[in-house]
Structure formats: structure tokens, C-alpha cells
Write a protein that binds this ligand. Structure first.
Ligand code: DC
Length: 226
């Protein structure tokens, strides 16, 4: 019988977590949950409602009146905000620029973590984010912390944009990634840190399939069937 373990995948912006997580989940027959999408969805709604990303109380009230649903689609996770699909809208530049500020707040994080913990109850999941191994599933059977140099992550993001026909400035992408790393790792509430019992994977010189093979092998060691 397949063991429904829980895999926590953390790491900085653009480290390839979502791409890897999606493929790992496919290989194991697990559900994939991208928690960054939840913070992005709240940010998208806040911007639409002209709520300042720094206004904790208003953001919290907004969140308490917001339904965020993550559903599996044929090409990855689909995201719904109050019943409407926003999968591509939440990847827009203004959302990316503001999401780290929204994710700073204690009230917002406590509620997001509560919702995420509901989603992992039954196991058989790969969840990616920044605080999965430290706050959301501190007792996950497998924790992986994926890193890569900012230069390499900016390069990957640049190539990804190029494939989508989006022109971007490499230096600006790199600066934005470094800025997000800084906010995410220095915030007071559950900053981005490697859990003490996480396996660290420096993916700078690894391909996506190297990462997928490595993580599925680690999952197999912990009882998941491939
Ligand atoms: O993974 P991503 O780039 O879509 O995440 C967007 C932002 O959300 C990121 O800058 C930090 C925040 N985030 C977080 O604080 N905690 C998580 N579990 C996931 C994302």
C-alpha cells in the first residue's frame, strides 16, 4: 500500500520549487499544493480593492472574507478567488512586487497556516512555500530546502519569461529576486529559514529531473512508493 507521506518543500523565490513539486507529486500520485499562490491571491484581491499591503488589519479582514481554492488542473494547480479563476492573474508583475509585504503580517500568516494545515490532513501531498517545514507541517516525513544562487534563479526566471513571450530585464529580475529574498528571510514571523531537520539541496547545477529524482528517492526512503 502507498504510504501517504507529507513532503515539505521550502526555499527562496524562483528556486524551481513549483516546477519540481508538480513533477514529484505526479510521480508519486500525490496532491501538489503551492502555498505561494494563496499569498498571491490575497495580494491580487488587496490591490484590486486598493488595500495597502502594509495594512495588517484591513488585509486580515479581507482574508476572512475571501475564499481561496486550489484545484488540480491538467497542467498544474488552478487557483480560484471567490469562485473565479485567477491562475494567471496572480503571476502578474504588480502582484509579485507586493506579495512579500502582504506575507509579512502575523494575522495573515496565522490564518493562511491554519488553512494550509487543513489541506494536508490526509497526507499524500507535496507542499511548497517558505515556512512549510518550520510552521505548517513541522512533523513532515520529508523536508527539503531548495536553494540556488540569485544569479541562477534570475537566469531561470528570465528563460521562463522568454518562453512565454514576455520580455524582461535580467538585472531587474535579479534585483527583484534579491529584494524578495531579503524581505522573506528577515521578517519577524516565520522567516524563510531551513528547518533543522530539512535536507538541503543546492540546485544551482542540477536539472529539474535531477531534483525530481533526488526528492522522490528521499521520499521512497521514508516509505512512499514510486
Ligand atoms: O513561491 P512564490 O514566489 O509564489 O511566493 C510568493 C510570496 O509569498 C513570497 O515572496 C513569500 C510568500 N510566501 C510565504 O511567505 N510563505 C509561503 N508558505 C509561501 C509564500
Amino acid at each position: 500500500m502507498k504510504k501517504n507521506i507529507r513532503i515539505a518543500l521550502d526555499g527562496p523565490a524562483a528556486a524551481g520549487k513549483s516546477t519540481a513539486a508538480k513533477k514529484i507529486a505526479e510521480k508519486l500520485g500525490f496532491i501538489y499544493i503551492d502555498t505561494g499562490a494563496m499569498y498571491r491571491t490575497l495580494t491580487y484581491k488587496a490591490l484590486k480593492n486598493q488595500i495597502e499591503p502594509k495594512n495588517e488589519q484591513e488585509l486580515y479582514t479581507l482574508l476572512m472574507n475571501t475564499v481561496i481554492e486550489l484545484k488540480p488542473g491538467s497542467d498544474g494547480q488552478l487557483v480560484f478567488l471567490d469562485g473565479e479563476e485567477v491562475t494567471s492573474e496572480i503571476r502578474q508583475q504588480d502582484v509579485t512586487k507586493n506579495v512579500s509585504d502582504v506575507a509579512l503580517h502575523q494575522l495573515v500568516r496565522t490564518e493562511m497556516v491554519r488553512r494550509q494545515q487543513e489541506l494536508v490532513k490526509n497526507g499524500g501531498i507535496v507542499m511548497d512555500g517558505r515556512d512549510i517545514g518550520t510552521a505548517v507541517i513541522p512533523d513532515a516525513e520529508l523536508k527539503v530546502f531548495m536553494s540556488a544562487t540569485a544569479e541562477e534563479r534570475a537566469k531561470r526566471r528570465y528563460e521562463e519569461h522568454k518562453k512565454q513571450g514576455i520580455h524582461s530585464d535580467f538585472n531587474q529580475l535579479k534585483a527583484e529576486i534579491e529584494q524578495r529574498d531579503h524581505i522573506d528571510s528577515t521578517r519577524a514571523v516565520s522567516p524563510l529559514v531551513k528547518a533543522h531537520d530539512a535536507v538541503e539541496l543546492d540546485t544551482t547545477h542540477m536539472s529539474i529531473s535531477d531534483v525530481v529524482n533526488k526528492v522522490t528517492a528521499l521520499a521512497a526512503e521514508r516509505g512512499a512508493t514510486i
